[in-house]
Design a protein around this ligand. Structure first.
Ligand SMILES: [Zn+2]
Length: 269
């Protein structure tokens, strides 16, 4: 009995594709071995000790900002490399699936490929999240700097390019007021308030900022949602500072900080 045979053209296509996969898979450990690792987030100046002079604090703040900018720059090539790896794994997944359907590749090889694709996606998501967190921290630093250079009188409101701030007179408490803000936002926009930092975060801690009674909301203050939220804060007398466009060429990092600007930590509780 004679079996139907593939045409020689199909066979060579399959062989070429299989060879490509073998070569591509063999390259993976090599590529990963070369992965430049982003260094750990900078630890800003250590939390200020009581009695430290303000000029020392200024120097510490400047060096924190420089360290953060350097750390952000170190993430960029890693992010680009992870994106290339994700594109490659996506392409390989399609080839594997095709070969599996033709009976050339085993189900376990396809499964292994899927795991590689999931990992590549996770690497991209993780590093993007890390960069966004750094971008927000750089915006926070700008807020703190403006607050120090041009303190706002109680009840004062100011709008300058890329910055809106209000020194609301109402007492503000993270514990008591956040649910009120969440209810307002949910009722107005039909979705949850996008909170990016609720109180102190490890990165605020690391940078030596007291964020214990502050809330960061990941809304672009120049958007209509951001505007509506700020109007609500202002009408409620709640202090806030909102900034965007602090990082040249990057839109990310824009957010609204609710509460007084974070002072630098003086000692720890
Ligand atoms: Zn904040």
């Amino acid at each position: 009995m004679c079996h139907r045979r593939r045409s020689s053209g199909n066979v060579s296509t399959v062989l070429v594709a299989a060879a490509l996969i073998v070569v591509a898979l063999a390259c993976v450990p090599h590529v990963l071995a070369q992965t430049p690792r982003a260094s750990a987030p900078p630890s800003g100046a250590s939390p200020s000790e009581p009695g430290r002079s303000s000029s020392k604090l200024d120097k510490a703040a400047a060096s924190s900002a420089q360290a953060m900018a350097k750390y952000r720059a170190s993430l960029e090539p890693v992010e680009a490399m992870y994106e290339r790896e994700l594109a490659r794994q996506t392409e390989l997944a399609e080839i594997r699936q095709e070969l599996y359907e033709r009976g050339t590749l085993s189900a376990s090889d396809v499964q292994q490929g899927r795991r590689a694709l999931v990992k590549a996606q996770k690497d991209v998501d993780d590093i993007r999240r890390q960069r966004l967190e750094v971008d927000r921290m750089m915006v926070e630093m700008r807020m703190i700097e403006v607050g120090k250079q041009r303190p706002l009188a109680r009840g004062g409101y100011e709008e300058t390019p890329g910055l809106v701030r209000f020194n609301g007179p109402a007492p503000w408490s993270l514990a008591e007021d956040v649910p009120k803000l969440q209810r307002f936002f949910q009722a107005r926009f039909g979705r949850s308030l996008p909170i990016s930092a609720h109180g102190q975060t490890p990165l605020h801690d690391r940078m030596g900022f007291d964020h214990r009674n502050a809330l960061d909301v990941a809304l672009d203050p120049s958007s209509s949602d951001g505007r509506a939220f700020m109007e609500y804060l202002r009408s409620s007398g709640i202090p806030f500072i909102a900034a965007w466009g602090a990082i040249p060429g990057a839109a990310s990092g824009a957010h609204i900080h609710v509460g007084q600007p974070s002072p630098r930590l003086v000692g720890r509780r």
